[in-house]
Design a protein around this ligand. Structure first.
Ligand code: GLU
Length: 430
């Protein structure tokens, strides 16, 4: 599989940043794989009375910084290796924004669009029964990801609560607001992404007013990024979903696009627009490109043709390492996934805090705290990038993140006596 193996890609990214920071070899040795993985078989009674057995996974990458955190993906192509890679990215996503979590990820190989609501509910509950020994509000906290939503989180929280015989709100985030969910969580991934795009445009001197935006993926993240950027004055010139796309150089209204998609199942055919393919969108003339779908979309071949000034990765792992090198040479500024998509898990953290304290915040409080955390994280990554002119924003983000995780491992004693960080030297002399 070479270049397109997400697990190998995650390993390469960790290695590059650990080497740049002169970390002891043990740091990479610990971080190059999840600490624990579980594969489960989930028998589900289908509506026709037959039994189908689905395969599910949960990968727990590293718990040094705190409880494990990460979404659950329902997708026909989910594999153990993919879930492992995604769990690794979660550790660094949490670390780059400074959340007290390690990374985890789950998945079920299934096509949720072909399941009835009853089948989906039985599958979601079956998954929680199977992974229950591994999760809990202080252990590992799942959340939504590709093709999972607040309703699925509600079933999952309910199932876990039945097993444990108490209302364990804090075991899952991304729940409906009526079941301990947080205001602002639904929009959070997109809001975080829009904030870092605004910050990046600011340092590049690119006015957002009239900036042309292309968005790949019109789901949980993409549709809301489009709306928020539109509110900031940008022109949404192209969007695609898994069924097709819409292009209009004059710009489209994301609210109307969302209403059209809700009616027809796709943005393709939006009144006044021309059809556009995913490949055409990625390489079109625009200012800001937002890949908000799946992994490995911007390959080397695509990267050679990218014309955007900013690529903001709302998806996990959309750019291959070879493509990264090409974009860097072309001076395209990539806001890496672990930063650009960190808004979701940040508000998941707020949700968990609210569940644990039983005190619920206003939407203004949620958004204000998200804004503060995203701006600070952007500044830290951008400063790291400016300090080391030979690294790109992705390596800079990993450097910020790995330093935090390594420090947690160091003070826990996982790296041995010899590995002494500057932080520890300072503490000793204080
Ligand atoms: N699935 C989202 C992500 O990849 C959110 C994870 C969470 O909230 O725990 O960042």
């Amino acid at each position: 599989m070479g270049e397109l193996n997400s697990f190998k890609i995650a390993q390469e990214q960790i290695k590059a940043a650990a080497q740049k920071l002169n970390m002891p070899a043990s740091v990479y040795e610990i971080l190059k794989q999840p600490m624990r993985v579980l594969t489960v078989a989930i028998p589900v009674e289908m509506d026709d009375g037959s039994i189908r057995v689905f395969t599910g996974y949960r990968a727990q990458h590293n718990y040094a910084p705190g409880p494990l955190k990460g979404g659950v993906r329902f997708h026909p192509e989910v594999t153990l290796e993919e879930v492992m890679a995604l769990s690794m990215w979660m550790t660094f996503k949490c670390a780059v924004v400074g959340l007290p979590y390690g990374g985890a990820k789950g998945g079920i190989a299934c096509d949720p669009r072909e399941l009835s609501p009853g089948e989906l509910e039985r599958l979601s509950r079956g998954y929680i029964q199977a992974i229950a020994p591994l999760i809990g509000p202080e252990k590992d906290i799942p959340a939504p990801d590709v093709y999972t939503n607040a309703q699925i989180m509600a079933w999952m929280m309910d199932e876990f609560s039945k097993i444990r015989q108490y209302n364990a709100f804090g075991v899952i985030t991304g729940k409906p607001v009526s079941l301990g969910g947080s205001l602002g969580r639904h929009e959070a991934t997109a809001r975080g992404c829009a904030i870092v795009i605004r910050e990046m445009a600011g340092v590049l001197g690119l006015p957002l007013e009239g900036a042309r935006v292309a968005v790949q993926g019109f789901g949980n993240a993409g549709s809301i990024v489009a709306r928020l950027l539109h509110e900031m004055g940008c022109r949404i010139v192209a969007v695609v979903d898994s069924k097709g796309g819409a292009f209009d150089p004059q710009g489209m209204d994301p609210a109307k696009l969302a209403a059209f998609k809700a009616r027809t199942g796709t943005v393709k055919g939006f009144p006044g627009s021309k059809n556009i393919t995913s490949q055409e969108l990625l390489t079109m003339d625009c200012d800001i490109l937002v890949p908000a779908a799946l992994e490995n979309q911007i390959t080397a071949e695509v990267a050679r043709k990218v014309r955007a000034k900013i690529v903001a990765e709302a998806a996990n792992g959309p750019t291959t390492p070879e493509a990264d090198g090409i974009l860097r040479q072309k001076k395209v500024m990539v806001i890496p996934d672990i930063l650009a998509s960190a808004g979701g898990v940040t508000v998941s953290y707020f949700e968990w805090v609210q569940n644990n304290t039983g005190y619920y915040w206003t939407e203004e409080e949620v958004n204000g705290n998200l804004e503060r955390i995203m701006v600070r994280a952007f500044r830290e990554v951008y400063d790291m990038y400016r300090q080391h002119r030979d690294v790109d924003m992705r390596v800079a983000a990993y450097m910020v993140a790995i330093r935090r995780v390594a420090e947690a491992m160091q003070v826990r004693g996982w790296l041995g006596q010899k590995a002494c960080t500057s932080w520890q030297r300072e503490a000793k002399t204080a």
